[in-house]
Write a protein that binds this ligand. Structure first.
Ligand code: C2E
Ligand code: MG
Ligand code: MG
Ligand code: MG
Length: 284
């Protein structure tokens, strides 16, 4: 009896595994087609200086305009894209799209900086950095308009030659950021020696700062640490004015979050930024 039940469980387990595998294969196929069919979009979310309220840049966030499911968020497809390696093709599209937008903005005299996310899988390719550089230079985009975001865990694990490439881009004006700081393990000595301009605090660090003294103490300590290594601090997923006020008082430089702006597609983003710039001018 025990044996047959065990057998039944085994059967159920492998059915689940098979279904999961099937789902993964389907998503991989759909992602490959999505790149070819141009189903991806970038949503742009402004970043603001806490001291002046000025827009200092934006982050490009991937969206998949799925023919059946509608607009899909990265959490529903980036993990599979990373497991299968298809993130490299998607990442190439992201870079090309950023280069094209920046080139158009520059032609209109807008020298705004745009950040995009880089997955560790993209760094496995030998020619990643030369191609990245070419995408921008061939479009006449100076690297001073470009910001690269690496997650904390990816940044702690990159090889020396990758660090050299990143340092090279930074020397030519690119901004280098660590994303989701505070979720992984950071080697402080390594942080100090990295080619780095900005650190983006993970939302989990700041979520409770209004209600929890302990959360404020932790954020303050992290802020001091990051300032100590000479980096700018960005807080993301800032949802309330009270959070923004606390973060300003704690010395955070820049914010990105729903309290100021949602991620928007390009047309809406450009309208939003020109409106808020007019607003800032008329106030000042
Ligand atoms: P991330 O790079 O840390 O991006 C910030 C995420 O926080 C975005 O979610 C953004 O929409 C969200 N967010 C912004 N303000 C708020 C807020 O006030 N409250 C809350 N609750 N959330 C806020 P999104 O767009 O769903 O992206 C999730 C993650 O997907 C990104 O996290 C990034 O790790 C990944 N991702 C997005 N685009 C790309 C891409 O082009 N390439 C790669 N490799 N990963 C990407
Ligand atoms: Mg990011
Ligand atoms: Mg982040
Ligand atoms: Mg993230």
């Amino acid at each position: 009896r025990a044996k047959s039940r065990g057998g039944g469980q085994h059967c159920l387990f492998s059915e689940e595994l098979a279904a999961e595998h099937h789902q993964k294969v389907e998503t991989e196929k759909a992602l490959t087609e999505a790149v070819q069919r141009g189903e991806f979009l970038l949503a742009l979310q402004p970043q603001l200086s806490l001291a002046t309220g000025e827009i200092t840049g934006a982050e490009a966030l991937l969206r998949w305009n799925h023919p059946r499911d509608g607009m899909r968020l990265p959490s529903s497809f980036i993990p599979v894209a990373e497991q299968t390696g298809i993130i490299a093709e998607i990442g190439d599209w992201v870079i090309a799209e950023c280069a094209s937008m920046l080139s158009a903005w520059r032609a209109e005299g807008q020298a705004r900086r745009l950040a995009f996310n880089i997955s560790p899988r993209q760094l496995d390719r030998q020619d990643f950095f030369p191609r990245l550089r070419a995408s921008f230079t061939e479009n006449g985009v100076p690297l001073s308009m470009v910001e690269l975001e690496f997650t904390e865990s990816a940044a702690m694990e990159v090889r020396e030659d990758v660090l050299d490439e990143i340092a090279g881009l930074r020397a030519e004006g690119a901004t280098i950021a660590i994303d989701d700081f505070g979720t992984g393990y950071s080697n402080i000595a390594r942080l100090r020696s990295m080619p780095l301009d900005r650190v983006k605090l993970d939302p989990s660090l700041i979520a409770d700062i209004e209600s929890s003294e302990q959360a404020r103490v932790v954020v303050q300590a992290v802020v001091e640490l990051i300032k100590g290594v000479g980096c700018e601090i960005v807080a993301e997923a800032v949802e309330t004015v009270a959070q923004a006020d606390l973060l300003r008082a704690m010395g955070v430089h820049t914010v990105q979050g729903f309290v100021f702006a949602q991620p928007m597609f390009e047309e809406e983003f450009l309208a939003w930024t020109s409106n808020s710039e007019r607003g800032a001018r008329s106030v000042g």
